[in-house]
Ligand binder design. Structure first.
Ligand code: GNR
Ligand code: NI
Length: 173
């Protein structure tokens, strides 16, 4: 399995729009496996292709808590599309593996329904609320070149970008 490195801001791939995959073949499945590995290692609850410098519309998530003895519950998506979003808004503190150690409250539709191709290339749907809803929207944003800091004021965004720059200098992230 390939070892994927997670890129951090200001890498240009994080600002680019990823392209649909044609079919979920063995190469895409290998990518999903490698992304899950990178996500579990980080650790994080989601990862989008842009974050490993690949510009196809693939994302992975797992909200299980292995430290609490829970079984893994990986969710792999290709070509995800939001087909419903609630009027209701949810506010939650978000973080991002590509913006290390920075957190901010983000407002999103509380409930979304997403249509996608699963690990086997089969069409599937997921209705999400709570943390899963924030996570899947955060990952789909990545595929569109959007980061959670893009929802903040430019003052807050620039503060966060400067903090990450400092972190990278001091810890060689
Ligand atoms: O690990 C992650 N946690 C998280 C928390 C709240 C909302 C979204 C996320 S996704 C993030 C991993 C990541 O950067 N995915 O792109
Ligand atoms: Ni992220």
């Amino acid at each position: 399995m390939k070892n994927y490195e997670i890129i951090t801001v200001p890498h240009p791939a994080l600002k680019q729009k990823a392209q649909d995959v044609q079919t979920v073949d063995d190469a895409i499945r290998a990518q999903m496996d490698g992304m899950l590995r990178a996500m579990y290692d980080a650790p994080g609850i989601g990862l989008a292709a842009n974050q490993v410098n690949l510009l196809n519309r693939v994302l992975v998530m797992d909200l299980s808590k292995p430290d609490k003895g829970e079984e893994p519950n990986p969710i792999c998506m290709a070509n995800p599309q939001v087909i419903y979003e609630s009027e209701d808004i949810s506010v939650m503190e978000e973080g991002c593996l590509s913006i290390p150690q920075q957190y901010a409250e983000v407002e999103r539709p509380a409930i979304v329904r997403v249509r996608y191709l699963d690990y086997h290339g089969k069409e599937a749907e997921l209705e999400a609320e709570g943390l899963l809803s924030h996570c899947v929207q955060h990952e789909i944003d990545h595929l569109n070149g959007v980061l959670f800091i893009d929802y903040l004021s430019s003052l807050k965004r620039n503060m966060i970008l400067k903090k990450v720059e400092k972190l990278k200098k001091h810890e060689a992230l």
